[in-house]
Design a protein around this ligand. Structure first.
Ligand SMILES: [Zn+2]
Length: 433
């Protein structure tokens, strides 16, 4: 019974500590009185927790708040250079890596082209590891300050087992135990998650979705995916797999999709679908600035050629992109009617590379939802650009760290450097660097 009571006390203490830490994290700079007021914890409890977090070197004093009389209260914030996280985003065209500080701000970023042949073999795993190594060297961050690695990978995948399942166009990752492989290489805790989920998480923390509790994100890119944050947490489904809006049927007699079904949104409106449609139109005799290029070599035309042509005023390219935006707008309308999130964010290459795309998606979506909801629906363009996935991947590592039970001292996450050295202070909780 006593043991049970002890365990309960520790649990409550850990929950309170986590509440305080998360509040500081969300707010930036904050005083003890404000934390106590907003979290409903007593001032003494907050004072004790703050002392402990300062002793772990996780937060620090940053000056004084304006006072309404009496002593000016001290302000605290997360100690940004205490720890770092690594986020990697793999797409068919790029590998992007971000190194975030403990506040979640970008410390260093790195990007390289993904070659198609890498994706067809295990070589892609070595290339991703190399990119992380390279980013670590360039960023000049000590290994024992790295909390872990987050990876945004095209789905489907099992985030809990850390296994990639069968992403289209990436034979080299089929059924790969990616989490295990990367952990074995770096000796750092590693998380894998579907790319759209992590772009959603990035936008939720630092982009168009910030200050909202419920955010729906749609990624209009080579493929189409979505991710959502419900009550400040990434929503996985049970056990996982939520967000496959790209495989919702949008045209009952539509073309065959990569997934085997017919008429999926992805088969009609994705970057790959637009490439296919452009080819069909040209073979039927349609004119386009890239017509000769296509007739010489069909493989020379991809979605980037089409986006470029549309921006140069090419009529066919512009028409195909807006047609895609109409379907995506309808899908967004469906999502709003189903979920009514606080904020809907649209991103991906199609959105970022062709300005009229977003306007069309938004207009169609607002026309398709119940008119009584239209005033409350907020639809915004993603703000983190093409680095959203790498930022979200780094945020996933930080989320996990801040969710940990710190009541017995810091977790050893940071002490597992490749050399096997314990981070100074990581076990004892002393400021050690
Ligand atoms: Zn499909």
């Amino acid at each position: 019974m006593e043991r049970l009571k002890g365990a309960n006390n520790r649990r409550v203490k850990s929950m309170n500590q986590s509440t305080v830490l998360q509040y500081i994290r969300g707010k930036g700079q904050v005083s003890k009185a404000e934390i106590s007021d907003r979290t409903k914890l007593s001032f003494t409890a907050v004072k004790n927790i703050i002392e402990e977090l300062v002793s772990y070197d996780l937060i620090c004093e940053v000056g004084y708040d304006e006072s309404s009389g009496g002593r000016k209260p001290l302000l605290y914030q997360i100690k940004s250079d205490r720890f770092y996280s690594i986020g990697l985003h793999l797409s068919v065209s790029r590998i992007r890596v971000s190194i975030l500080n403990l506040e979640g701000k970008m410390h260093h970023q790195f990007e390289t082209e993904t070659r198609k042949e890498w994706l067809q073999s295990n070589e892609i795993i070595d290339r991703m590891i190399e990119c992380i190594e390279r980013a670590l060297i360039d960023a000049n961050v000590e290994r024992d300050k790295i909390l872990g690695i987050g990876m945004a990978i095209p789905g489907p995948l099992d985030p809990f087992a850390g296994i990639v399942l069968s992403p289209p166009n990436m034979k080299g990752l089929e059924h790969v135990r990616l989490k295990e492989l990367v952990e074995a290489h770096f000796g750092l805790e590693t998380f894998i998650e579907k790319d759209a989920n992590l772009i959603a998480l990035g936008e939720f923390w630092h982009g168009a979705g910030r200050l909202n509790h419920n955010v729906f994100y749609l990624d209009a890119d080579i493929g189409i995916g979505s991710g959502f944050i419900i009550d400040n947490k990434l929503y996985h489904g049970s056990p996982y797999g939520a967000g496959e809006i790209g495989h919702g049927t949008i045209h009952i007699d539509g073309p065959r999709c990569n997934c085997g079904n017919y008429g999926c949104l992805e088969a009609i409106a994705s970057g790959l679908a637009i490439e296919r449609r452009a080819g069909e139109e040209i073979r039927r005799g349609a004119d386009a600035s890239f017509r000769t290029l296509y007739l010489d070599n069909e493989n020379s035309i991809d979605i980037y050629t089409i986006l470029h042509a549309a921006n140069e005023g090419d009529e066919l390219a512009g028409r195909l992109l807006l047609e895609s935006a109409r379907y995506v707008g309808i899908a967004i309308g469906n999502a709003i009617n189903l979920l009514m999130p606080q904020m809907i964010v649209i991103g991906g290459t199609l959105t970022h590379a062709y300005p009229a795309y977003f306007d069309q998606v938004k207009e169609v979506a607002l026309n398709r939802i119940l008119s009584s909801f239209a005033d409350n629906a907020r639809i915004e363009k993603a703000q983190l650009g093409m680095f959203g996935g790498a930022i979200g991947a780094g945020m996933l590592v930080l989320e996990n760290f801040f969710d940990k039970d710190l009541s017995e001292g810091l977790p050893e996450a940071a002490s597992r450097s490749q050399e096997g050295q314990a981070a100074p202070g990581a076990v004892t909780g002393q400021a050690g660097e």
